[in-house]
Write a protein that binds this ligand. Structure first.
Ligand code: SAM
Length: 299
């Protein structure tokens, strides 16, 4: 078992498999990297040791993980270990081509980053005219049963805050969960839309408990299932049960950490467990200064 300061048991590992992405979202930060130096078998080895330490939930992220051609193999290596959960965070653009292979490889579910439902606004926020492809990705995920499909909406004032009600309707019509996320200042300083403002705008809803390891608070509103993720106005560090492997192959204790263990070296030396045990000790009680790029850290 791995326990971080504050008695936080670590149960969840996020793996950023690449720093590459087709999009340049306004909230993601500038730095772009290449693919992770870790191979599918390296990810499998990491997951095996993580499971032996009580980490049973895994999420593959990026950059854009679907840009890695060997993604089904990465999924397969982790899936065959029998994790509690195995999910993927993607922008959905390539998902209609790969959802079936990923499901067959053992992927359970997906979160899809979708900043807007309006074509012009999507282009403005991501730099790419790809809303239709992303929506095809949502449909493919639903068709393949990668459920529940969760749609991540990072809200930015003056941009997509006008879309809140549209996303609620989208959730109801499609049967997806929509999650409004407070923007963390990675490459964007302004634009925070506090979750309470969203709540007020949507009016009272029925609270629901959704089982999962994540920090979202969920409620039902007019048949839609809506989540709020509040890293800024209600940080959840005291409940944080996760570690991350960045696209540079570094195991880090927090989204704002500079300290990390080089997992290429740890794997080469056969010292993976030692690296986990060292990193967890440095998990801060509260996140530090946001810097760097979400592409490398993996969101
Ligand atoms: N390319 C994939 C995607 O678009 O979802 C995976 C990587 S992306 C870095 C992962 C998630 O990070 C996004 O879905 C988005 O919800 C979240 N994210 C990115 N920048 C953020 C920011 N500044 N604040 C809060 N969440 C952010």
């Amino acid at each position: 078992m791995l326990e971080a300061p504050g008695g936080r048991r670590i149960r969840y590992l996020r793996l950023s498999v690449t720093g590459r992405c087709q999009l340049a979202c306004v909230y993601c930060g500038e730095a772009e990297g290449g693919d992770s130096p870790l191979s599918p078998s390296d990810f499998g080895r990491l997951a095996e040791v993580a499971l032996s330490l009580g980490i049973y939930n895994f999420r593959i992220t990026g950059g854009e993980p679907l840009l890695r051609e060997d993604l089904p193999e990465i999924v397969g290596r982790i899936s065959k270990l029998g994790p509690g959960d195995l999910s993927l965070t993607t922008n959905g653009i390539e998902l209609s081509d790969s959802a079936r292979d990923l499901r067959r490889a053992g992927l359970r579910r997906v979160n899809i980053g979708l900043p807007a439902l309006d074509r012009e606004l999507y282009l403005r926020m991501t730099g790419v005219d790809a809303l239709d492809r992303a929506l095809e990705g949502v449909d493919a995920a639903l068709r393949e049963g990668l459920l529940p499909v969760k749609v991540n909406v990072v809200l930015v004032r003056g941009m997509n805050d006008s879309q809140v009600e549209d996303f609620v309707r989208f959730s109801r019509e499609k049967g997806v969960v929509v999650r409004f996320i407070e923007v963390m200042p990675f490459g964007i300083e302004d634009g925070l839309v506090p979750a309470d403002e969203v709540l007020k705008r949507l009016g009272p809803g029925e609270d629901v408990e959704v089982v999962g390891s994540g920090p979202a608070e969920y409620f039902r509103r007019d048949g839609a299932l809506v989540g709020l993720i509040t890293p800024i106005t209600r940080p959840f560090c005291e409940r944080c049960d996760r570690l991350r492997v960045t696209a540079e192959g570094k195991l880090v204790p927090c989204i704002t950490s500079d300290f990390g263990e080089d997992m290429v070296r740890a794997i080469g030396e056969g010292k993976i467990e030692e690296a986990f045990r060292r990193v967890v000790k440095y998990k801060p009680l509260r996140y530090g200064t946001f810097h760097g790029s979400m592409r490398l850290i993996g969101g």
